[in-house]
Design a protein around this ligand. Structure first.
Ligand SMILES: *[C@@H]1O[C@H](CO)[C@@H](O)[C@H](O)[C@H]1NC(C)=O
Ligand SMILES: *[C@@H]1O[C@H](CO)[C@@H](O)[C@H](O)[C@H]1NC(C)=O
Ligand SMILES: [Cu+2]
Length: 588
């Protein structure tokens, strides 16, 4: 299957979905790095509401945090304790995942309904809290999906003197229809498994859609483009985040090269690129020097149309924003396109020609190495071969995602972490639970995608090493692997008709999802979960207020056993799609 994107709405309503937070975070950071040495307890109040907005000019329902889209940014120092009080003022349940945080010591706040918690009911508050435990891995983590920037002390930031200012660049595909409508179409035999295709895209929540191309009489007005201001000769760190539901993007700035210095929170030996493929759920930092003629330039986020099912007639796959040089006024840029320089200037790092097909693949794995080297994790003690496949279900003609012939579905109101408290718990087949029992086990996961499609896979609870990534079939012992200081990140693309192999060390007790980051594929079951160190996890107990969420149970009319809970009022009056088969499920 090919992939696509969904709307913000899907993520936010996603109580049962895996990545709600990704949607709701972010904003522009103009402040220079600041760090205070005294750890503080930072408390944020987030009120979640829904409204209609027109980020690209076309009006549709959108979910807001504190009346903002994109939502507020959290910016803290490592060592701080962070508390977020979520007030769910929607009329549906929700939950939040802190994409990029490994939640060491606080696994019940990872936010996946049905794995780590029960959904937060409409009209109630829930408090997430996290602090950086003593044994937290000491790599720099930042640029976490939009909203969360965690600063290490300046003396440990090797790039502190490599840039003058920083900006956040949030990329996203965008749909004009509410997720509920799109899902109803998607979860139907007629879709043949072709995901909904975005209509547009946004940079920092802004875009311009051509109103003459709007389908279905939606209100449309002139949109607005994101603007980033450059002062000539200053150096900018751009923290680029793809918060989209499904589309991979190729990011570039006309006439400017970019030095990639960080991927998913891991600092890198810098490499130069003229464009940056960034898949949904991924983050990068690049340094851009404002060293071009004083004028304005387009910033481009190009949707990887080669890897989405069908190009709809109204999708303009090139999303534009403006870089405005001080002294150039507000003139519309006239720059012509991606800049592909030929000879590399002396003293410049070599330019890496990214090995991707129109944004459909990650940057060349073998060109990316962490600045702080770590040896390859070995020897492997637990190896999982995971075959990714899309096929029609046995009981209906709906195409779903399967990992090793299991399509995921769970009960959002019976979380795995709660089940694990019972030493004799029996898990449903469709919960797709894998256990890792031994502390410090070296776990290898081979994501075998030889049947095709491109899938950005995200693992919760860990930053993993990417051991191999390529086309064809991975053969242990035969396929070359990335043995020297492999890249560490938390979201890696599994190429079309290819494989990605990852490793991590089992040292973080919790229930951790492994899933495709394409929201559509989450809803059709491309998800599995690990119970890591189940005995240690049980001994940690579960905070009372987390357990208490489960007392309330699903609101009437909600299907507890599907991943996605359709928002009432946003769903057209069509019959709900049949739930995927869920043998062994527990009743509620
Ligand atoms: C939720 O938290 C907000 C902000 O602290 C408070 O105003 C509101 O009364 C709380 N609501 C409930 C139901 O406790
Ligand atoms: C634990 O799980 C077993 C097997 O599903 C079940 O029979 C038993 O009732 C459970 N115990 C508790 C305390 O829930
Ligand atoms: Cu996928």
């Amino acid at each position: 299957m090919k992939r696509t994107r969904s709307s913000r709405l899907s993520r936010s309503l996603a109580t049962a979905l895996l990545c709600t937070l990704c949607l709701h975070s972010i904003l522009i950071s103009a402040a220079p790095p600041a760090f205070t040495t005294t750890p503080r307890n930072r408390v944020f109040f987030w009120k979640v509401t829904s409204t209609t907005l027109a980020p690209d000019g076309v009006t549709r329902p959108v979910i807001l945090v504190n009346e903002k889209y994109p939502g507020p940014k959290i910016e803290v120092n490592r060592g701080d304790s962070v508390t977020v009080v979520v007030e769910n003022a929607l009329d549906v349940p929700t939950s939040f995942h802190w994409h990029g945080l490994t939640m060491r010591g606080d696994p019940w706040y990872d936010g996946v309904a049905g794995m780590n918690q029960c959904p937060i009911p409409a009209g109630t508050n829930f408090t997430y809290a996290h602090w950086w435990h003593a044994h937290f891995e000491n790599q720099y983590i930042d640029g976490l999906v939009g909203a969360i920037i965690i600063r290490d002390p300046p003396e440990t930031d090797p790039f502190l003197h490599a840039y003058d200012e920083e900006r956040t660049v949030i990329l996203s595909d965008w749909y004009h229809q509410p997720t509920g409508t799109l899902l109803t179409q998607y979860l139907n035999p007629d879709s043949k498994g072709n995901e909904p295709v975005p209509n547009s895209g946004l940079i920092n929540g802004k875009g311009v859609f051509d109103c003459s191309k709007v389908q279905g009489n939606l209100p449309c007005a002139q949109g607005e483009r994101a603007v980033i201001h450059f002062v000539p000769n200053r150096r900018y760190r751009l923290r680029i985040i793809n918060t989209g539901a499904s589309a991979p993007m190729l990011f570039s700035i006309d006439n400017h090269l970019m030095q990639v210095i960080e991927a998913d929170g891991t600092e890198l030996n810098p490499i130069m690129v003229e464009s940056l493929p960034i898949n949904t759920g991924q983050r990068y930092s690049v340094i851009v020097i404002a060293n071009q003629d004083v004028q304005n330039y387009w910033m481009r986020a190009e949707i990887g149309t080669a890897c989405i099912p069908i190009t709809p007639t109204n999708l303009d796959p090139v999303i534009l924003g403006e870089i405005r040089y001080q002294g150039a006024g507000a003139a519309t840029p006239t720059s012509q396109g991606r800049f592909v320089p030929t000879p590399v200037e002396k003293g410049q790092p070599a330019l890496v020609n990214p090995a991707f097909e129109a944004a459909c693949e990650d940057l060349d794995l073998y060109s990316l190495h962490p600045l702080k080297p770590q040896p390859i994790l070995e020897p492997i003690t637990n190896s999982f071969l995971v075959r990714i496949q899309f096929k029609k279900g046995p009981v209906d003609d709906i195409v779903r995602g399967y990992m090793n012939d299991i399509t995921f579905s769970n009960d959002a109101w019976n979380p795995t972490i709660v089940q694990n408290m019972n030493t004799s718990a029996v898990y449903g087949i469709n919960q797709h639970v894998m256990k890792i029992e031994r502390r410090d086990a070296i776990v290898q996961i081979i994501l075998d995608n030889s049947l095709g499609g491109e899938h950005p896979f995200h693992l919760h609870g860990h930053t993993f090493q990417v051991i191999a990534q390529g086309k064809g079939i991975y053969e242990e012992g035969k396929t070359p692997i990335n043995t020297i200081n492999p890249l560490r990140r938390d979201t890696a693309t599994v190429p079309n008709r290819g494989f990605t192999v990852i490793r991590f060390k089992a040292d973080n007790p919790g229930v951790w999802a492994l899933h495709c980051h394409i929201e559509w594929h989450v809803t059709t079951g491309l998800v599995m979960q690990f119970i890591e160190l189940p005995d240690e996890l049980r001994a940690m107990g579960i905070p009372k207020h987390v357990n208490k969420l489960c007392d309330i149970g699903p609101p009437q009319g909600f299907k507890a056993h599907t991943g996605f809970v359709p928002p009432p009022g946003l769903l057209p009056p069509a019959p709900a799609p049949p739930a995927p088969p869920a043998p062994n499920k527990k009743g509620h």
